[in-house]
Design a protein around this ligand. Sequence first.
Ligand SMILES: [Zn+2]
Length: 67
Amino acid sequence: MLEVSCRDLGVADCAFIATAASMRKLENVMLEHARDEHPELIAGITEEQHEAMMHKIAAAAQETASL
Ligand SMILES: [Zn+2]
């Protein structure tokens, strides 16, 4: 499994940790969470900023040992 926390992406006061089996799913889980909880983070972002966020998720993602 892969995981990435909201903190890794710069949201200091959020304890959310996304986990998924693939990087693509991980990005989706994190985007969905951001849409629900931090709409200001993704409201009106450009294609470029979206791309940068995906890179940030990929860079911050950790392999976990859990199942
Ligand atoms: Zn969050």
